[in-house]
Design a protein around this ligand. Structure first.
Ligand code: PLP
Length: 410
């Protein structure tokens, strides 16, 4: 979002005009930023054979999937429906990794039939898989290296009590199952959680994976998951992708030399690719002064953007209707009948009813977590591509709320 002549724009598209044209609340994505993030990651590992599998749960709009496909991305899916969306967006099954957790074996069989790479994270499922397919279907194993990482305990997945992955301490059991069923293990995977601050965490976890990899003869890739940290405020520490790239590429190459073959390096970033590309535009309904606080009440709530309430995420908020630079302190809240505070004690250019506010970092886990709570309609989504705004999802209408309801005679 750039400021020019007191007006905010993305790729030259005026944001207040955009909010007027499409109404609010409105999600807006900047394709240039998505491309920049994708390219930066894709170029950080030198001559290592890299595959970036965009974790589409962060933002699943079909146009976003097609955009990322056009940049050379592949896909990481956590449900069969995400796999189907990926196919609709034109991904080949071979480009899709399916990483389920606690899903039914029926769903895993469906994914096998589609032909996507299966990533298993439970010994009992590995046994069922072996029983069903033996070595005929290649498989990846998700390990838990028990490296602590993550910005918040709800998004940290590598700790000892995590429900994700098979514990590295169960390796003897894994190997017994693999041998008994003659499983064809072609990949090892870890995902330690979101918000990894420094390369060291990754490197320590990767050493564990490299050690483990020696037990498997048929590996084609090692998947290092994701968890790259992006900036939420100016001056935030973020993952230094180039530093990580240099260090990990070096240790990966020496591992490959030991292993005797060049393997592929996979990543599955979600937030890193789309977080900063997204803005959420809302309109100020009321400015309400109480004895201690000036509240700005907007036309959205935790139903459309739950991250601040769910894991205390910070979204910078800007009054894009008034770039006057007379700052005042506000607490920005939603219209839901629960406490849904978007931002506490924020300095904003003076806010009047009707002003449009922009929330930053609204690309990842924002629309994709939106609900109809309070019987509100979900927002529209706009993609700004080559300097033009494209509506990529219509705003819901009342009919969408009642579409699947069946009224019985009472
Ligand atoms: C959610 C998830 C990701 C993406 O995590 P980000 O923090 O958004 O990059 C990657 N891999 C798996 C298995 C996930 O569940």
């Amino acid at each position: 979002m750039l400021l020019k002549n007191d007006r905010y724009n993305v790729q030259g598209v005026d944001l207040v005009d955009l909010a007027e044209a499409h109404g609010t609340p409105l999600y807006v994505y900047d394709a240039d930023k998505i491309k920049a993030q994708f390219d930066r990651l894709n170029n950080a590992f030198g001559d290592v054979k890299l595959r970036v599998k965009y974790a589409c749960k962060s933002l699943t709009n079909l146009s976003i999937l097609k955009l990322l496909r056009s940049y050379g991305s592949e896909l990481d899916c956590v449900s069969i429906q995400e796999v189907q969306l990926g196919l609709m967006a034109g991904f080949e099954p071979a480009q899709i990794l399916y990483t389920p957790n606690c899903v039914s074996f029926e769903e895993i069989k469906e994914a096998v039939e589609i032909g996507v790479m299966i990533n298993l994270d439970n010994i009992s499922i590995l046994e069922q898989f072996g029983h069903e397919y033996h070595g005929s279907v290649p498989v990846c194993i998700r390990l838990n290296p028990h490296i602590m990482a993550g910005g918040n305990k709800k998004i940290s997945t590598g700790h000892a009590d995590s429900k994700f992955g098979i514990s590295i301490y169960q390796m003897a059991h894994i190997l017994r199952v693999v041998k008994t069923y003659d499983l064809n293990v072609v990949g090892l995977h870890m995902h330690t959680g979101s918000d990894i601050l420094d390369a060291e965490v990754f490197l320590r976890a990767s050493e564990i994976l490299f050690d483990t990899a020696k037990n498997f003869e048929n590996l084609q890739f090692i998947d290092f998951g994701s968890g790259f940290k992006v900036a939420y405020k100016t001056g935030d520490i973020t993952t230094d992708i180039e530093d990580l790239g240099n260090k990990l590429a070096e240790s990966f190459k020496s591992f490959c030399a030991d292993y005797g073959r060049d393997l592929e390096m996979w990543f599955e970033p979600g937030k890193y690719i789309v977080s900063e590309a997204g803005l959420f535009l809302v309109k100020t309904n009321v400015v309400k002064t109480t004895p201690a606080t000036v509240f700005v009440g907007v036309d959205s709530g935790m139903n459309h953007l739950i991250r601040p309430m769910m894991y205390d995420s910070y979204h910078e908020i800007v009054n894009i209707s008034n770039a006057s630079d007379t700052k005042r302190v506000y607490t920005i809240v939603g219209y839901i009948c629960e406490t849904d505070t978007f931002g506490l004690d924020r300095k904003l250019d003076e806010v009047k009813a009707g002003d449009i506010l922009a929330f930053k970092n609204a690309g990842a886990y924002s629309f994709s977590m939106a609900s109809n709570y309070n019987s509100r309609l979900r927002p529209a989504e706009v993609l700004i591509l080559n300097g033009e705004a494209h509506l990529i999802r219509k705003r819901e209408v009342f009919e969408d709320l009642v579409r699947n309801q069946i009224e019985i005679d009472i």
